[in-house]
Write a protein that binds this ligand. Structure first.
Ligand code: SF4
Length: 297
């Protein structure tokens, strides 16, 4: 029996790479923003909180099938956007039904977190919400405007600092190549700057893959956006890392979209990673890179 056979999963369910071993419970559909020009994620779904009776049924079924579950990820793209008391009710149910539960994680949009206070977030933390995944995407104001995402890089910093203040860990995503050839340097340098201020616990660098049906693909077809090639993506990654101040965090580029996997502890591993990237960029040997056919979103 597979867990997906007994739980209600609507449409494609996405989770961060580091939640591969977590139980995925879908409590909401879609994302509250849904405007980002590069994102194919939830285009077929309108944001909604699933019916509470259905959520409760899934929690009880999952608890019966997997009673030793320690980690749970609440999907879809913005489960935390629901009303405070609704979310608390779900956390309570999870705590009641999974005796070995150690950590709950969730994606949090900047839009929904804007309405949460540190006290609200501490309430979640006390009920085992341990990680919030935040999509910074870029630290460059021009690129941020171009991707039509809610907020600004400055709002993202404030949001990350607020979540950290509550004691919940932050995992921030940035996207290599999001500024195309035109903005590559400023995208890398300014992203390094905001990461150095926000200082999240974990950073995940994804590599842009232009998806069918997205406005970014139309821009590319109109020659308004020029995509980086594999070594240019790597150059951008190197510039990003070199420009980051030294602070303690885990740095990953192990998502399937990336050309070069990194799983590092910064600042300790930073010189070694920069040296590795410099070496590959010097040799331009493709054997070090994940081939395009095995990349994926
Ligand atoms: S990138 Fe995140 S916030 Fe933007 S549309 Fe996609 S899921 Fe929503």
């Amino acid at each position: 029996m597979f867990i997906e056979d007994i739980l209600d999963y609507e449409g494609t369910v996405i989770r961060p790479p580091s939640e591969a071993d977590s139980l995925i419970l879908q409590v909401t559909l879609g994302c509250t923003d849904n405007s980002c020009i590069f994102c194919p994620a939830y285009k077929e779904k309108k944001y909604k909180v699933k019916d509470f009776a259905l959520i409760e049924r899934d929690i009880k079924r999952a608890a019966k099938a997997m009673p030793d579950t320690r980690r749970i990820f609440l999907a879809d793209g913005d489960a935390i956007a629901m009303e405070q008391q609704e979310f608390i009710k779900i956390l309570d149910l999870l705590n009641e039904n999974f005796p070995k539960l150690s950590r709950i994680a969730v994606y949090g949009s900047i839009k929904s977190l804007e309405n949460k206070t540190v006290t609200d977030l501490k309430e979640f933390k006390n009920k085992k919400l341990g990680v919030i995944y935040l999509g910074f995407e870029t630290g460059d104001a021009e690129v941020y405007k171009m991707i039509i995402k809610y907020g600004t890089p400055q709002v993202n910093i404030a949001t990350c600092l607020k979540v950290k203040e509550s004691g919940i860990k932050t995992n921030v995503t940035v996207i290599l190549g999001l500024g195309g050839k035109k903005y590559t340097t400023q995208h890398a340098v300014n992203t390094a700057k905001i990461l150095s201020i926000a200082r999240p616990d974990q950073i995940a660098a994804l590599t842009l893959m232009i998806a069918p049906g997205t406005p970014l693909l139309s821009m590319q077809k109109r020659k308004e956006f020029e995509e980086l090639n594999n070594f240019e993506f790597l150059e951008e990654l190197k510039t990003l890392i070199e420009n980051m101040e030294d602070f303690k965090c885990l740095f990953f580029s192990n998502h399937a979209s990336n050309y070069y996997p990194i799983n590092a502890r910064f600042p300790k591993d930073k010189p070694q990673i920069v040296a590795e990237l410099a070496e590959i960029l010097k040799s331009k040997d493709k054997k070090h890179l994940r081939p395009d056919f095995s990349r994926g979103l």
